[in-house]
Design a protein around this ligand. Structure first.
Ligand code: SAM
Length: 218
């Protein structure tokens, strides 16, 4: 498949999977029209890059379904210049979407190979990103506070460190629930110790493994 074919698949994904399901923010839709998803999936899977499903990126991890990435992006209410922490950078696709929308992005990924590859791919697209390899349940204090935080793995509860690193007025999107099914949750920080929280829909993510997440052992 060449670049033109992928571009066509991308336009179809935007109209058939995103706009048709209520992703109505033009800036979100534009980012999905522009960021080449195929480069964030393993080469052998590129022909499936625009499928309406998550795909394996190795090591038991996944690149999320396009609709879920779009929904999380919409829920973040991204503005150009926002400083955003992404916990679970994985393939780098979600980060590339946020960067395309003009955000400053800090990524934390626990798998070294995924984090390094994501950083290289994002840089090859011409964006600047900082990626740390480590336990993202503890956030990344060095660059806090963040206007937005997105957690792309399933948490048993809201990690306190992430709430602390969110700016007052900031938004945090995180799947919260059991290891096998969660509610996609939007938290708004109303004050130093005050928040509002809204469950948006059911979802299924790989577990967030770490000090303020799940144990590695299960
Ligand atoms: N946002 C990614 C994308 O666009 O491809 C999808 C991420 S995948 C669904 C979840 C990622 O979270 C995996 O790459 C996994 O290694 C990572 N992860 C799980 N626990 C983590 C933790 N405590 N800190 C950082 N990354 C973590």
């Amino acid at each position: 498949m060449d670049k033109k074919d992928f571009k066509l698949l991308r336009q179809k994904m935007v109209s058939g999977q995103l706009a048709s399901r209520g992703i109505d923010d033009p800036k979100v839709l534009q980012a999905f029209r522009e960021v080449p998803r195929e480069i964030f999936v393993p080469e052998a899977m590129q022909e499936f890059a625009y499928q309406d499903s998550p795909l394996s990126i190795g090591g038991g991890q996944t690149i999320s379904q396009p609709y879920i990435v779009a929904l999380m992006t919409k829920l973040l209410e991204v503005k150009s210049g926002d400083k955003i922490l992404e916990v679970g950078t994985g393939s780098g696709y979600q980060a590339a979407i946020l960067l395309n929308m003009g955000a400053e992005v800090y990524g934390v990924e626990r798998h070294l190979n995924l984090g390094q590859e994501a950083k290289e791919k994002i840089k090859a697209l011409g964006y600047a990103i900082e990626v740390k390899i480590g336990d993202g349940t503890l956030g990344w204090n060095k660059f806090a506070p963040y206007h937005k935080i997105v957690v792309t793995a399933a948490a048993p509860k809201l990690p306190q460190s992430l709430f602390e690193q969110l700016a007052v007025g900031g938004r945090l999107v995180v799947p919260v629930g059991s290891r096998f099914s969660q509610e996609l949750t939007v938290v708004v920080k109303k004050g130093k110790n005050e928040l509002s929280s809204q469950a948006v829909c059911g979802c299924v993510f790989v577990p967030l493994i770490g000090q303020e997440g799940w144990d590695e052992s299960g």
